[in-house]
Design a protein around this ligand. Sequence first.
Ligand SMILES: [Zn+2]
Ligand SMILES: [Zn+2]
Length: 301
Amino acid sequence: MARRRGEWPADPEPLPAPVIDNHTHLESIPEVLDDGVPDPGVAAQLERAAAVGVAAAVQIGCDLDSAEVSVRWAQEHPRLVAGVAIHPNEAVLHAGVREIAPDGLEPAPLPRHTASLDDAIARIAELARGERVRTVGETGLDFFRAGEEGRAVQRESFRAHIALAKELGLPMQIHDRDAHADVLDVLSRDGAPEVTVFHCFSGDAEMAAECARRGYYLSFAGPVTFASADAVRDAAAVVPATQLLVETDAPYLTPAPHRGAPNAPYLLPMTVRRLAEVRGDDLAWLCERLHANATSIYGPW
Ligand SMILES: [Zn+2]
Ligand SMILES: [Zn+2]
């Protein structure tokens, strides 16, 4: 029987040892649900995840509203810690830039945010001081839609977040879409925070090797399971196990064979299993390694 697009997939087989979801946006789940598909809420999502071996998660709030929510949820839910930042695409909106992207795409039809970029980052800096906030992120560069003016704003915002992570001694989570060389260049020039994590790594094996050489962590998401994503699997195969993380980036990037359905932390086991296959790692061993990496970066929960 065909599954209707948008329904929650069934639980995957539980993992043999617990792992942690490096990057999720639980507050965005209601926005992607089709009419009539239930929203279980944060507590139920976390319980469902824990039942299949996803013991905890880093809840990422990357605009002003979701950053506030993320900090509150991390205080309320012991399985969550928070990350806060202004996403590169949000930075463009705070700066009031409206332009046509180089590929002719219209910019996102969104109004300018009322807060200036400086004020928005200042609020993030306040929130980032909270005990349950364990990373500055996601920040970085997203050249998918941004033209020259937007890209300049994103660089400025990225550099401010790098400085903030260093000032507070926090790990940084990077968003890099179609901007690999530029992200690496900014990190080289300014100096990366001591712990730097590429969320949803989308580079090739050559870039993965370069990131590993620099000591960065690489976090892999649902694309590891996509038929078209050989380059990402090749990248995942060359990362040292001590620098490897996994994430859902929920509610986006739902692992195969459930693409099109909403994503949530309980679906992370599908990505972890594929990662173990691609790397030739024993599954239980890999889970233990992934858990140890995440707790050494963000923990204790
Ligand atoms: Zn991202
Ligand atoms: Zn994200």
